[in-house]
Design a protein around this ligand. Structure first.
Ligand SMILES: [Zn+2]
Length: 546
């Protein structure tokens, strides 16, 4: 007899041999059977909990292929600048935050977006110095490629007018005075950030629990954590603790920073290692910066900055090191996932994959490129050819789509977030959020992939509408393909007998509403490993049929 049964639903299963069903029976932490209500009902015994779905849409639990999860948890409790549209508001938020802190406490994260100011202008330290004299401030643009530091934070970082920009980064200086403006790009951010005190284990655990609650409420049952830099060790420590306490309500696949490859090799780790809840997976590296900061690496210069083609990430230096590390990882049997945004960064990484394949032969490596934001048309087909997974975040398309044309022109935008072209070429799209850079809610991502309406409302028919993809492809991107991208498609990613019972029930049928309405849908019930971890109304799990 089953432990839990959901009946009278509309199940989209992500299983091509049985794409639709009405009911599912769960036994322990696994799916026992998927089928018609009449047939599944027969599996109900005395102790079976039976939930009547009343027609609701049921999907495999969402898998987010790209998050910075712990940081996401912190972003929920830190200063909120994402919706700020003016200098006055910006200053006021910093002032309010500083008022609640002790002297010396840092003000971090923020996620501001200067493109929302009219006219768009980068903030300066002078804006906030007067309201934050006691507190170092280092607040990031939402893409985390630009930070604004106040004078106190710059002093802590030892940054003066004489400090040279580090490789892979820029300390912005005032053209008249030569003084730093407070704006730090990419590698320059680290000059300040390395002085930020490490949060305590308790603080990290609180952030992780906040993040997990957020994930449950959104129907996210699995996620990839691209914990970069020092946050890897902190994340792994916290997840182990949560696993022990049985509090990991999302399955986590943690990627290791690729500059740690020597340590990984010494340990003898061959990914994926762990269990159904927590896995240490492959290695994550960076090839370049981001578009918003003009540090994504292109073949041709930026349209609004003619001398600039972007920057390779510090991990690309000295020359040849990335190839060496990818090869080292590959020979140790470890998957790699490399951040590449600009067309040239993507091309370079594809070249490396190509070279290693030619050298060592083809096998099931599931190399990933993270973001795959801008591609030359000639590089699109190489993903399928080389079996490279395109790990994309559709929300970035509708967000960057507001201003991408000013930065790189219409021509290059045609193959920006080219989801449809990638699909047509046979590439596999694994989808995610990049939270906290973008919202964690997979439904905003799915909506972005199928409707491509920019967040400023200026592209009602979709930004480069020829790149819209069908709903089922977007759903696969957030379920089965996500499982494939972390080598776990045999155990999760679809509603199928024998797989882990990770299930989400939505408040409306995505197949019956306009594509642009998808973002308004909500998860009402989230099940992980057969356990109900979220029930929005508190009623769903009590609703039973005799
Ligand atoms: Zn990221």
């Amino acid at each position: 007899m089953a432990d839990l049964i959901l009946v009278n639903g509309t199940l989209w299963t992500a299983n091509s041999s049985q794409p639709w069903a009405e009911a599912v029976a769960v036994d322990g932490e696994r799916i026992h059977r998927v089928g018609r209500t009449a047939e599944i009902k027969k599996l109900a015994g005395q102790k079976t909990r039976v939930i009547d779905l009343d027609g609701a849409l049921v999907l495999p639990g969402f898998i987010d292929s790209h998050t910075h999860f712990l940081e996401g948890g912190f972003s929920l409790s830190s200063i909120q600048l994402r919706d700020v549209t003016s200098r006055e508001q910006f200053v006021k938020r910093v002032e309010e935050k500083a008022r609640g802190l002790r002297k010396g406490d840092w003000i971090l994260h923020g996620n501001w977006d200067h493109e929302q100011f009219s006219p768009p202008e980068l903030p300066r330290k002078e804006w906030i110095d007067g309201v934050s004299a006691q507190n170092p401030v280092c607040v990031c643009r939402y893409d985390e490629h630009i930070a604004l530091a106040n004078s106190l934070a710059l002093a802590i970082g030892g940054i003066t007018k004489d400090t040279k920009s580090p490789q892979g980064g820029e300390i912005q200086k005032d053209p008249e005075t030569g003084e730093p403006t407070g704006i730090l790009r990419d590698a320059a951010m680290d000059l300040v950030m390395r002085h930020i005190p490490q949060p305590s284990v308790e603080t990290n655990q609180e952030a992780a629990e906040t993040a997990l609650r957020h994930a449950r409420e959104l129907g996210v049952t699995s996620l990839n954590d691209m914990a970069d830099g020092s946050s890897f060790a902190a994340s792994l420590a916290v997840y182990q603790e949560l696993l022990k306490e049985d509090k990991l309500t999302a399955r986590i696949h943690l990627y290791i920073p690729i500059d740690q490859i020597d340590t990984v090799e010494t340990l003898g780790l061959r990914a994926p290692f762990g269990n159904d809840r927590l896995v240490i997976g492959g290695l994550k590296g960076f090839a370049d910066g981001g578009l918003g900061a003009s540090t994504a690496y292109f073949f041709e210069p930026y349209n609004d900055d003619p001398g600039n083609t972007g920057l390779l990430a510090p991990q690309m230096f000295p020359e040849g090191i990335m190839e060496k590390r990818i090869l080292q990882a590959d020979r140790a049997g470890l998957q790699v996932a490399i951040h590449a945004i600009g067309d040239r960064a993507n091309s370079i990484i594809l070249d490396i994959f190509d070279k290693i394949t030619a050298q060592d032969g083809k096998r099931d490596r599931r190399w990933r490129i993270e973001h795959v934001q801008h591609l030359r048309p000639v590089d699109i087909g190489r993903f399928a050819e080389l079996g490279v997974i395109a790990s994309v975040q559709p929300f970035h398309a509708i967000d960057d789509g507001r201003w991408a044309e000013t930065k790189i022109g219409k021509g290059r935008c045609r193959t920006t977030y080219a989801f449809k072209s990638l699909l047509d070429s046979g590439a596999l799209l694994a989808m995610g959020s990049d939270w906290p850079v973008a919202p964690l809610n997979p439904l905003t991502g799915i909506c972005a992939a199928v409707a491509r309406q920019t967040t400023d409302g200026k592209n009602p028919d979709g930004w480069f509408p020829e790149q819209k993809i069908p709903l089922e492809e977007a759903l696969k991107g957030f379920t089965l393909n996500g499982a494939y991208a972390e080598f776990s498609e045999k155990t999760k990613g679809s509603l199928e007998a024998g797989k882990l019972a990770d299930i989400v029930v939505l408040d409306r049928d995505l197949f019956k509403i306009a594509p642009e309405e998808i973002k308004n849908a909500r998860a009402v019930l989230t099940i992980v490993g057969g356990k109900i971890v979220y029930d929005r109304s508190g009623k769903m799990s009590r609703r039973r049929i005799p």
